[in-house]
Design a protein. Sequence first.
Length: 490
Amino acid sequence: MTLWPHLPFDPEETLPSYADRSSMMHTGRGMERLIRDLGINVEHFVSGREEAVSNFANAIGQQSDEILKNTIRVLQRTAVFRGEPVSKTFLSPRTQKYCPACVAEDGGPTARRFRLFWGFRHVQRCEKHNLWLVKSPNPKATNLRVALGSDPLGKHEYAPEEMPEYLQWMRQRFQENLSEANPWLDGQTMEQVIAASEMIGAILQFGHDVRLSKLSAPQTEEATDVGFSIYREGPNAVREALDTIRQTSQATAVQAGPLAHYSVLYDWLGRRGNAVEPGPIKDILRDHIADNSLIKPNTKVLGEAIKDRKFHSLRSLSQLVEIPNLRLARLLTKTGHIPEDASANEAGTMIFEIAEVVPLIRGLKTAIPLKDVPAYLGATKFQIEKLYAAGIVEPLIPRTAPGSVRKVVFGLDHLDQILSKISSLPEMPAKSKQNFHRIAYACQRGAGNFENVFSDVLEGRIEGFRDPEKAGIGAIYVDVAASIEMRKSV
Ligand SMILES: [Zn+2]
């Protein structure tokens, strides 16, 4: 059986709205009457089961794929729209809001069409008339005939002229007509993009205490638009927004949990049993938490264990570098990582970046004092003092840091680098021994200041050789005449 005449299907309209109009035309009664007359299970039809919807399309002489495209499949906890899972609050076939101008243009009560686009929670205005959508008197209905009854249509209230970008994006995506490819957004469901945008924008615009359900329609639009302008740019832009969110949180203590730092964003992503997977925002936030806070190894954050930590507390650092707490605290005070006036309690709440602190601490364990450096580098005490003063031999802890000269220590890594530069100098040719002299002698003969000649040799600005019989700085030979020439030319 095929019904006649055909009532054209509007690709903007929801299936229940269209079915109600068809039923009114053919039976003079509401949707259920026609569905039942066609021998279709009403419950199956209302929940958008494919078989029921296809049977309906065939019976009224419509392309079933056209109609299926506008069908919201309602499941127990979630819904599916065009193959994408959606939560029931994101997209609903119920007539919660409508544009009074669009509906007035439709005509009488049986000609009113509920636009599917109005069913998206984040669609708050009519793009055609630029009016705020009006709350319907019966938000549980699925067609406007029942929703509006004999009530007058709502007032016209104009939205700001500028159309939000997210709304344009949603519209394009809804019409499967995206103007530009954005692989980052294209790989996500519409809800993942819009929900994450709204959450980020809401915190940035309205603060950490924001409650999305308490926002007005213009505020929801504003939050989503601000968030979308960031979110669409990709993961780096999202990370920067998280930096800002973290910085603007009231939480100062290092032990403060992620909820204190990321508030509703963390609450949303940390919630068990989100109806719809929130998408990449969850991984980005997890990484952000791991990068910025103190987390015990293998702690689960947002459902996954954190493996590579980047920060340590004094206590866990102490275990890592095997230096007792108190001594480590003194070392870190010396290196400037703990303020001089910090109490033991305060030091205990601080965190330290592993990449920066651990090599320093390990270096300190094997570092040697100034008095031992001449022997280590094969130089005289006078030479080392000159190199130290010139900054060529550098102490492990920068000299701007507090600590007296007597406690100055030098990292073995740094000293070994100097030795390896020396040992990579070419061996002195036996024939030219007369022209070349040890560096100390060359300096006395006018080759220049020791520290200058030394760094010139090391950096290859003047030719230097090495006596394989000797080690360290004492093994360096230079050409006095060449060195004097070089200095004249500078
Ligand atoms: Zn309108």
